[in-house]
Design a protein around this ligand. Sequence first.
Ligand SMILES: [Zn+2]
Length: 266
Amino acid sequence: MAMMTSGCGSSESSSVTESRTEGTTTVSVTTTVTTTTTPAETFGTTQHPAKEASEYGKVIALTFDDGPNTTCTPLVLDLLEKYNARASFFVIGDNITEESAQVMKRAYGMGCEINSHSRTHSDMKKMTAEEIKAEMSYTSELVEKYIGEPPRFFRPPYIAVNQTMFDSIDLPFINGKGCNDWEEKVTAQQRIDKVLEVAEDGDIILLHDQPSNYQTVEALETIIPELQKQGYELVTLTELFYAKGITPVSDSTPKIYSNCMQEGNW
Ligand SMILES: [Zn+2]
C-alpha cells in the first residue's frame, strides 16, 4: 500500500498588507507568509496516504463494528490488504486485549482508522452523562495507548442516541448503510446484493467484524473488488470527509451520518 511520503504537499503563499500610521506618515508593510500543508498533516498522522482532496473521485468508507478480535478482524484485514483498500474499525473497549490490540495495530499500520463503539456496547440512552463519558474515555485511552492516537469518530451501540449523548460525546456520530450482517440468517450473497444496491458516492457502509462473522468476510471478497470496479476508492472516514471538503459535526447538534454529504440530521 502506498504510504505517505513527504514532499507531496501543497504550498500556499498569501500576502498580507498592513497599513500603519507612524507620526504623520502612512507606511505600507507587505509581509508574505508561506505555509506548507501536507495532506498527512491534515489527517494528523503519517499513516494515511498523502493526497489532495481534488485527487479523489468517488469514495466510500467501509466500517466494521464490534471488534477487535483475533479471528474475524485479521481476515477482514487480509482482504483490505489484498485489494489495497482502507477501512474504519469501531472497536468496543472491553474487546481490547493484549492479543486483539496487535490486530488493531496491524489495521492502523495499513492506513485503517480505529474509532470508538463505546466500552461495554450497552444502550447509552439509559446512561447519565458521567457514565457516557466514562464509556468514551476508557475506550479512547486504550486506543491511544496502542496506536498512538485516540478515536476520531463514534458509532453508538444499536444506533441508540439521545441529546445527553450528543452533549457528552465530542466526536462526530456515525451511522451507515447496513445489510443486517450481524444476523446469521442473512447469507453472504444477500449481504453482497444489499451493499451493492445501496452504495453511492460519499457513503458509509456499516458492517461487522465480530468474532465468527465469516459470511461478511465471504461477502467482502465480492463487495470490495466490485465497488472498485465501479470506480469507488475505499477510504477511511477521515479521508471520506476530507475528500468531499466537509468538516463533520462534533458538537451538541443531533446529527449522525450515513453519507458524509447528507443534509439534515439523519
Ligand atoms: Zn455494535
